[in-house]
Ligand binder design. Structure first.
Ligand SMILES: [Zn+2]
Length: 259
């Protein structure tokens, strides 16, 4: 019997795949903080920061980071230009008129979640952690930024008639900074390498050709995202098993749920 309404999800979990990643900032990065304020002569745009951050028992204050939601949202929005919703031929960005997909069935909804969660019967596969600066990066900031962890970039808007310039100040994380965090993937029976890993791969490549954060059209936010460690935790023993990224197809997808 086929019903379109009361669908339920019945595929067993095979395991959890954890990708330890680093984001290498190649040009000044601005991911806006909550206190976006417009002050004349002040900082127009501050970056998001952790009030406290601990690394190797050292305490740091007001440390910039990259929220997982920013990374997830950007990769999803780029992929919606190439992936299609269920039963449609146009890419999601066109089919949904710029809104996130809510079909509940396509690869984007499977991986990132349906925008209207009520339409989805699938558990969300991808989770993006917040990315934090590594110790070397904090040391680098302390060495070059004179007590701050960011730079202030001054930009001018030119009056087209008077040719006078109105400066504004934008806070940025400097090029050369490295942030680390995890992308975690839940793998269920029936998930494939093609509809999971290859799509995430494509999203990461699109991110590297685009930008993270604000002002990308003015050169901000170019990043590289590199996977530096791959850990597979099959449900059988749920033990960390370090594998090579290139082995994912064979070791994660070519095995049965019970293996
Ligand atoms: Zn969808």
């Amino acid at each position: 019997m086929s019903t379109t309404n009361n669908k339920s999800f019945d595929k067993p979990l095979k395991g959890i795949l954890k990708l330890k990643c680093k984001i290498i900032v190649k040009t000044g990065l601005h991911i806006g903080g909550s206190k976006e304020s417009i002050e004349i002569g002040g900082i127009d745009n501050i970056v998001i920061k952790l009030p406290y951050y601990f690394i190797n028992n050292e305490e740091y204050k007001d440390v910039p980071y990259i929220p997982g939601s920013s990374l997830k949202g950007k990769i999803r929005s780029l992929l919606e230009w190439v992936e299609k919703p269920a039963n449609n031929n146009n890419p999601i960005a066109i089919e949904k008129n710029g809104k996130p997909c809510d079909c509940g069935e396509c690869n984007i909804c499977r991986l990132f979640g349906s925008h209207q969660s009520k339409s989805s019967v699938e558990p969300v596969r991808l989770r993006f952690d917040d990315f934090y600066p590594n110790q070397k990066t904090i040391e680098m900031w302390e060495n070059v930024l004179e007590g701050m962890y960011t730079e202030l970039k001054t930009e001018n808007t030119i009056d087209r008639i008077k040719s006078s310039a109105t400066p504004r100040h934008i806070e940025r994380v400097i090029a050369g900074s490295i942030f680390e965090g995890y992308i975690t993937i839940r793998i269920y029976d029936g998930d494939t390498y093609e509809n999971t890993i290859l799509i995430l791969d494509k999203g990461i490549k699109m991110l590297e050709d685009d930008y993270l954060g604000g002002n990308g059209s003015r050169g901000y936010g170019r990043v590289d995202l590199k996977i530096i460690k791959t850990i597979w935790k099959p449900v059988g023993n749920y033990k960390d098993q370090e594998i090579q990224y290139e082995e994912i197809k064979e070791k994660v997808f070519n095995t049965k749920a019970s293996a």
